[in-house]
Design a protein around this ligand. Sequence first.
Ligand code: GLA
Length: 369
Amino acid sequence: MATVIRTQSPGRINIIGEHTDYNDGFVLPAAIDKATVVQVKKNGTASDCNMIALNIGEVAYFDLNNFKPIENGWQNYMMGVVAELQKIGAKLEGFDCEFGGNVPIGSGMSSSASLECSFAYALNELFELGFDKWQLIKATQMAEHNFVGIKCGIMDQFASMMGKKDQVMLLDCRTLEFEYFPLDLGDYQLLLLNTNVSHSLGDSEYNNRREECENGVAIIQKTHPDVKNLRDVTLTMLSEFMGKMPAVTFKRCYHVVAENQRVQEATEAMKKHDHKLLGELVYQSHFSLQNDYEVSCPELDFLVQLTLDKDYILGSRMMGGGFGGCTISIIKKEMVGIFKTYAAKAYKERFDKDLTPYTVSIEDGAKVL
Ligand code: GLA
């Protein structure tokens, strides 16, 4: 009987550090108790690949020797992973694959990275490819660039692969050095509220933001040739450029430079158990994403606004790429139930949509089941 490999790779949260990863900055993610499970087995053919997406009951096929991205669809994640593994030397044969999971799609919890990582991990095991986790992280990130068309940073794939139970991770996206430390919020906990919206401009705006940051760097480099990207820019340095670059470019750069600083301050605050300061930084992150980076949306802003006069909530912000998905809030444990009900009612009244709350736990990254 053919060997069957089953793997699981989780979605992620991010405490703070949004749109910093592709600017070589810092992020503070953690893997969660929502994951994609992939099952693969060889089917005895040289190149026939059959796939079943269990959650939506769809099937697809491609030939290992002849495939390319389709206009839209989950098949791009799978074919992208295969293509990137082949690029780094993987010798594959035909396989049958089925997958399913519980990472809500479009929620900002990285359902796509969780699928890509689980699938790459499964193929690595099935065909004994011998790639290490970092090779798989980079291959899955490139799958997203080259097949899905989103020029994402490395945070999601990193978190999905490297997650560790009860630990958050401070990742330096330039050096790829990272540090685990415990998520200890004392009397507080994290609460995610899913807006259940995913505005379609998200993908194109994501790539635009990346380009806007690069444009900013090109201007800064004229007087600071050592600057490679926004990671190297300080707020003082950036202030020289006020009025000397387009106002929108300046705002984008300002968000990234300030957000990088916030990640480092937030890490210190967490280590010192200064939850109040952590909360303030989380709010600052949201307002910066809303006003300067302009990747929020009315639904997310509304949910953050709801928390502002609640003394039992220390901080709240949009999480992930933006234009929909979840907010993440730091809330007093005993008030979670009351606030969930209150927020769901207010959200329904304002947008006529349901709100989905999640209290996630922090779990291990990719593994064989
Ligand atoms: C998406 C991308 C990540 C990161 C976030 C924003 O989740 O996949 O690489 O850029 O958006 O922080």
